[in-house]
Design a protein around this ligand. Structure first.
Ligand SMILES: [Zn+2]
Ligand SMILES: [Zn+2]
Length: 238
């Protein structure tokens, strides 16, 4: 199945499973359907350069239809921002940019050979920070990788190592779980008070990490209440 169709379908399943994130997931599905068109359109292959919030040239034609879509389906504040003229700026504008750059960066990353493992916590393709960690089955216990917040490239990363500050002492790297999300946990660091959510594919092979990450919104709220900040927010700024 097409990558985007899998994401959309997974969001639909999670929408009924996790009512707390239903509204966000419903909105995500509409965004993802738009991103699918961007990903599938013929975009010239060039070297990837992105200096936010500037929009890369090949993506500019997609901005008006995106703004039109947002005026119809986005939450009120975002819908209002989509009616104005578009100056590259932080805030809602950077959301518009990210929606467009994400599928573009992903399709370029998939055509490039990227080092599959790295000791760095920034993406080996686009240099952005990871939005989540992924545990995949391998031998005994899961092997951890990080998932780029922008181009969704995945690279192997040591399991007991804080991607923010490099802490390696397992006593300072607590893991928090919630019954509601048996396959998602919070991997925190008490040295720098940062966390990433990890999606455990050994416990749920149907999970689509970038989508399940959005569904686990209550875990982010819990972490914020306990003075942890997320290493990198997702598309929706959570
Ligand atoms: Zn990346
Ligand atoms: Zn740390």
């Amino acid at each position: 199945m097409n990558l985007w169709d899998r994401r959309i379908e997974r969001a639909q399943v999670l929408e009924t499973e996790y009512p707390a994130a239903a509204e966000l997931l419903h909105f995500y599905r509409q965004i993802a359907a738009f991103q699918k068109q961007v990903a599938q359109a013929f975009l010239p292959v060039s070297s990837f350069s992105f200096s936010p919030p500037e929009l890369p040239e090949p993506l500019r034609p997609y901005l008006p239809p995106l703004l039109e879509l947002l005026q119809r389906v986005a939450p009120p504040e975002l819908a209002a921002a989509a009616t104005g003229p578009w100056p590259p700026a932080p805030g809602p504008q950077s959301f518009f940019t990210q929606v467009l750059v994400q599928p573009y960066a992903e399709s370029l990353a998939r055509r490039t050979s990227v080092a599959p493992s790295s000791t760095r916590s920034a993406c080996p393709f686009c240099n952005e920070l990871p939005v989540a960690a992924i545990l995949r089955p391998e031998g005994e216990g899961g092997k951890r990788s990080l998932l780029c917040s922008l181009c969704l490239t995945e690279w192997k990363f040591r399991r007991l190592l804080c991607p923010r500050c490099g802490e390696e002492d397992h006593q300072k790297l607590p893991v928090y779980t919630a019954e509601q999300f048996p396959h998602i946990r919070i991997e925190a660091c008490d040295s720098c008070r940062t966390y990433v959510k990890s999606i455990d594919l050994t416990r749920n092979g149907l999970a689509v990490p970038e989508v399940d990450e959005i569904a686990a919104l209550p875990l982010d709220l819990w972490a914020a209440d306990h003075d942890y900040s997320k290493l990198q927010p997702n598309l929706f700024g959570v």
